[in-house]
Design a protein around this ligand. Structure first.
Ligand code: GDP
Length: 301
């Protein structure tokens, strides 16, 4: 958690510092509030959340009649935290359900960090003494399955894959879930394809992967991997995936490389599901549960 704080702090201080500098000017006139709103928008918080935050802060500052820096900082912290919504359930479906493994489907556009996330997550689960099986349902490129298998080898868990390019992804996913059941594993993580060049085709494929898995076993969790650096573009992708496969949680990657942490708020609002995990680097240990308090502290540190 300390490391998470440090990483987030490094990338987000610009936002916190900017806001606090604006808010500590003493005279908070219309122009100052507009600058606060612009700063929030610049951090990808989204129009709705930015407007709301400014309105709430502005009202509180007026009602409490103070522009004292510490007081404003406390208000800002409380309002930011409310936006991040600590009440959302951020637990992962990573325990056996009755007599079957938990099934986690991982979706997202290529390049967002999907395969890396599956590898890192497998590592976290193995460290918790869980038996994990990986499914390489991105069958379009053999390299994708190779990459996942490399992670599997590193972490010490089996990877179910097809040896030929263009095999049916749904059938590989089905086989992975079956193998996990036979091995009495705790969790099966299914990695999927994310080529957006043929969006309709991709969405058909993902829908089918999910349906075919469900012939055998419920899908307990659908994690959408989003690259925090892609801003509003990523938001649109998120909505498309959400319509097709029904997302239950978001993994926000590359949060180490952006000052636009506000995307956490924007994407949670748009999809109505929590950010559950964050990616904070390329290394095997750089995946952490998302902690709203630590996140807001990092922004304001
Ligand atoms: P996929 O195509 O979605 O499966 O993406 P990959 O897992 O291959 O990742 C694409 C690139 O993003 C790789 O170079 C990863 O090392 C990098 N990456 C993944 N997650 C993170 C992260 O949290 N932070 C940073 N800085 N890089 C990441």
């Amino acid at each position: 958690l300390r490391r998470l704080r440090a990483r987030l702090a490094r990338s987000n201080t610009a936002l916190g510092k900017g806001l606090l500098a604006l808010l500590s000017r003493g005279s908070l006139d219309d122009a100052a509030w507009e600058e606060v709103e612009d700063t929030l928008l610049g951090a990808d918080l989204g129009v709705q959340a930015s407007t709301e935050l400014v309105e709430r802060l502005r009202t509180r500052v007026a009602v409490e009649g103070t522009t004292d820096e510490a007081a404003v900082r406390t208000m800002l912290r409380e309002e930011l935290l409310a936006l991040v919504d600590p009440s959302m359930d951020r637990s992962l479906a990573d325990e056996r359900v009755g007599d079957r493994p938990a099934c986690i489907l991982v979706v997202g556009v290529n390049g967002t960090g999907k395969t890396t996330t599956v590898g890192k997550l497998a590592r976290v689960l193995v460290a918790e003494d869980k038996d994990v099986v990986l499914g390489a349902a991105d069958t379009f490129r053999a390299a994708a399955a190779d990459q996942l298998e490399t992670w599997g080898g590193r972490v010490g868990v089996p990877t179910v894959r097809s040896d030929r390019d263009g095999a049916d992804p749904a059938s590989v996913a089905f086989d992975a879930v079956k193998a996990a059941a036979e091995l009495e594993a705790d969790v099966v993580l299914v990695d999927t394809a994310g080529r957006l060049q043929n969006k309709a085709g991709l969405m058909d494929e993902l829908g089918k992967v999910k349906r075919v898995i469900e012939k055998q076993s419920p899908v307990d969790e659908v994690l959408l991997v989003l690259d925090a650096t892609t801003g509003q573009n990523g938001m649109r992708q998120a909505e498309v995936f959400s319509e097709v496969v029904g997302i239950t949680g978001i993994v926000l990657t590359k949060l180490d490389g952006t000052a636009k942490g506000g995307i956490v708020v924007a994407v949670q609002r748009a999809l109505g599901v929590p950010v559950k995990l964050v990616g904070l680097g390329e290394g095997p240990d750089d995946l952490a549960p998302f902690d709203p308090e630590a996140f807001v502290d990092a922004v304001l540190d």
